[in-house]
Design a protein around this ligand. Structure first.
Ligand SMILES: [Zn+2]
Length: 717
């Protein structure tokens, strides 16, 4: 296919082709009497596209290449692939893979111990596409279609950013084969946007509502086959190449080299590739992919194995439908139907009642699944967090046949309910009004989807949850003292008093002492020995030294996460300061309350949660036992010597002109200062901008130094 014969006079050739193709188009669509064959038309059209790309100044405004088949209402133009796009044979188990290798050896007459080298790669769950490049310029993109004839989607594919329009050093003619797909995150985003459109269309009373896409593959197909390329452009499609069709010059001696060669031309290729020797390598590659599948940014539906040596490939050839040198090993589906046998309610450390669906065990994406989160009451009743209908309004009932899936993360979820299989006597699930563990009232505040047990520190489930959180990686991160061990220690009781071995965080640090006092030798207990006991007590000893921020996070005050704990700790510096301030705030000392609320923008909800927690009787017993066991580190001690404001108490007041109040506060705190909102005798320095009024006046009365914003900046620069 020599298409560059008119390079000397490209304008003339462009004019000629434009005229011929326009006539042919019109004849095809209106006269029903084609004046040239499809093949001829395709060849000349490709040539014109190439010339137009090289010499855009000569392109005609109404060029026939700019139209999709001339008449978009008819859909996409059909194109013949230069080389047929075959589909792959499928393997479903390890025996199929062993058989695949044996078949190859039989066909080629190879010895049993001959080690065939394969390229193994992940198989994207997307749309197969063939890209045609002439002299490195993208001239055509076509869907697979029936394998020999596909649809021309050049315009739409041109909007996909990852597909190069030009390749460096490519052969004269090259067909690239790969997959157009949508990443999981882009899919989620698209469906969110579709939801908004659906809501809008509903409000406007439209009949034809936009649809949500079922999965990324479905979304990629829908986005690629849009008649308006601008819609395709807005959809964030991706592309990766995995092979080639017709090429005018070889790309390498084997697949591995050829794919690397393609990549070096600028073509994105499937990155998860490995060279494997023999079927045992192939099977272990598969097992590795199974494990990491859920973490991949895109969906895959299998892995593909190809004989690496192109000479062997040539000899193996193809059957009528598929090449003999390649096979796809299907991954088990990530969506599976099974029965919901029961709904249990679990109670967490914050008292949240979480419904958990107990399933008839099933393998989802290669992982055994027997329970699934049902989130909350609304989810069971087919409503999302905004009160919008999900699952077409199908509620979940015990006994239902449900569709379970894993995607994006490893936690399985329910995506659908098969109403035709619902038992006749099934009843709606009634969410409990009481905590199933402690029996106390569980409430669901207005605007919240979660029911919560109100017993807090008197609910065993919440106490155990808090203890487990205390030792977890989010808490003090005990090495060798995990959630299971905490549960064992929580369940064990001292025979004389009936008290639990560990019923509050302080008991962890008192465990060694308490066991000794009761003459209990942990090393003699099942699964324990001298050494493991020694390691446990050493670790507990180490954890006695702790920063204030870490402790505040670990004791699990609701809403107070690690970031805010750090802010609070930086502000109050010591446990004593902090406790005093919270107690004052609880006694309706407005200044102390304001202070707590304003720390780094903590806000009222968190501040109130802190104050409420410190009002709790049991919590106070906890900290009374815990705090004396701890030794606090002083993270600010390094800073104390190095900045002019470390350890100082500051108030910013009035209008700041070179920074926001928040910026000023964060900066000051990073330098080791404490920032307060109210002026009192404990304040060292007031930074006053214009309009500071009463606070400056009060500072004057108290004899506190007042400086301007500029003086402040000079001080800390
Ligand atoms: Zn409870």
């Amino acid at each position: 296919m020599k298409l560059t014969n008119t390079e000397n006079d490209p304008k003339e050739r462009i004019d000629e082709l434009t005229l011929k193709l326009t006539e042919a188009n019109s004849a095809y669509h209106t006269d029903d009497a084609p004046i040239m064959s499809d093949y001829e038309f395709d060849q000349q059209r490709l040539e014109l596209i190439k010339l137009e790309n090289l010499y855009p100044q000569f392109k005609h405004e109404n060029s026939p290449t700019g139209k999709v088949g001339g008449d978009t209402a008819r859909g996409f133009r059909k194109v013949k692939h230069a080389q047929v796009m075959l589909s792959l044979d499928n393997a479903f188990n390890n025996e199929d893979i062993e058989e695949f290798e044996k078949r190859i050896k039989r066909f080629l007459g190879l010895d049993d111990d001959y080690a065939i080298t394969y390229v193994a790669e992940t198989k994207l769950d997307g749309l197969a596409i063939s890209l045609t490049y002439l002299d490195g310029i993208l001239v055509q993109a076509a869907t697979r279609g029936g394998g020999d004839i596909g649809e021309d989607v050049t315009e739409n594919v041109s909007t996909i950013k990852s597909i190069p329009k030009r390749l460096e050093g490519s052969p004269e003619v090259m067909e690239i084969r790969g997959e157009v797909f949508m990443e999981k995150a882009d899919f989620e985003q698209l469906n969110q946007a579709q939801k908004v459109l659906i809501g809008k269309a509903k409000k406007e009373g439209k009949k034809n509502l936009p649809k949500l896409y079922l999965n990324p593959r479905n979304a990629a197909a829908g986005s690629l086959r849009q008649l308006d390329p601008e819609i395709t452009r807005s959809r964030n499609l991706s592309f990766l190449a995995h092979g080639w069709g017709k090429v005018s010059a070889p790309l390498g001696n084997n697949i591995w080299e050829a794919i690397n060669q393609l990549n070096s031309m600028g073509m994105p290729v499937i990155e998860d590739r490995e060279l494997c020797k023999g079927s045992s390598d192939l099977i272990s590659y598969y097992n590795n992919v199974l494990v990491k599948r859920a973490d991949l940014p895109f969906d895959i539906d299998g892995v593909v194995y190809k004989v690496n040596d192109l000479g062997l490939q040539e000899r193996l050839g193809s059957s009528s439908t598929s090449p003999r040198w390649a096979i796809a090993y299907k991954l088990p589906p990530e969506k599976v139907w099974t029965t919901l046998q029961d709904i249990e309610i679990h109670v967490g450390r914050t008292g949240a009642l979480s419904p958990v669906g107990k399933l008839k065990e099933v393998s989802v994406g290669g992982v055994k699944v027997s329970s699934v989160t049902l989130h909350n009451e609304d989810f069971i009743n087919a409503l999302d967090s905004r009160g919008e209908t999900i699952r077409d309004g199908k509620e979940i009932k015990i006994g239902d046949t449900v569709e379970v899936y894993r995607s994006g993360d490893v936690i399985p979820r329910i995506s659908d309910v098969d109403l035709t299989k619902r038992p006749e006597d099934s009843k709606s699930f009634v969410f409990p009004k009481n905590c199933p563990v402690c029996g106390n009232v569980a409430v669901r505040p207005e605007g919240d989807a979660i029911h919560r047990c109100t017993a807090e520190y008197e609910c065993e489930a919440q106490v155990l949850g808090k203890l487990q959180y205390f030792v977890s990686i989010d808490g003090l991160n005990f090495d060798g003292l995990g959630i299971k061990m905490i549960k064992q220690f929580y369940d064990r009781k001292f025979p004389d008093t009936g008290e639990r071995w560990i019923e509050s965080p302080g008991d962890i640090f008192l465990l060694e002492e308490n066991l000794k006092a009761k003459n209990i030798n942990l090393a003699e207990e099942e699964n324990w020995g001298e050494r493991s006991v020694q390691e446990l007590f050493s670790e507990i000893e180490r954890k006695k030294t702790v920063s204030l921020a870490k402790l505040l996070t670990a004791i699990g005050i609701r809403h107070l996460g690690s970031k805010n704990s750090q802010l609070v700790a930086d502000h109050y510096q010591t446990w004593e300061n902090f406790k005093l301030a919270v107690d004052k705030a609880a006694e309706e000392d407005e200044e102390a309350r304001e202070d707590l609320i304003s720390i780094g923008g903590l806000g009222e909800v968190i501040a109130n949660s802190v104050i409420d927690t410190f009002q709790n009787r049991v919590f106070n017993e906890w900290i009374a036992k815990l705090i004396p066991e701890l030794k606090f580190t002083n993270p600010q001690s390094d800073l104390a010597e190095s900045t002019p404001v470390s350890g100082k108490s500051l108030v910013f007041t009035g209008k700041l002109e070179q920074m926001t109040r928040k910026e000023a506060q964060v900066k000051a705190e990073s330098l080791g200062a404490r920032v307060y909102s109210a002026v009192s005798k404990n304040i060292d320095l007031v930074i006053a901008g214009p309009g500071s009024g009463s606070k400056s006046k009060k500072a004057n009365e108290l004899g506190i130094k007042i400086i301007s914003e500029q003086e402040w900046l000079d001080l800390i620069s």
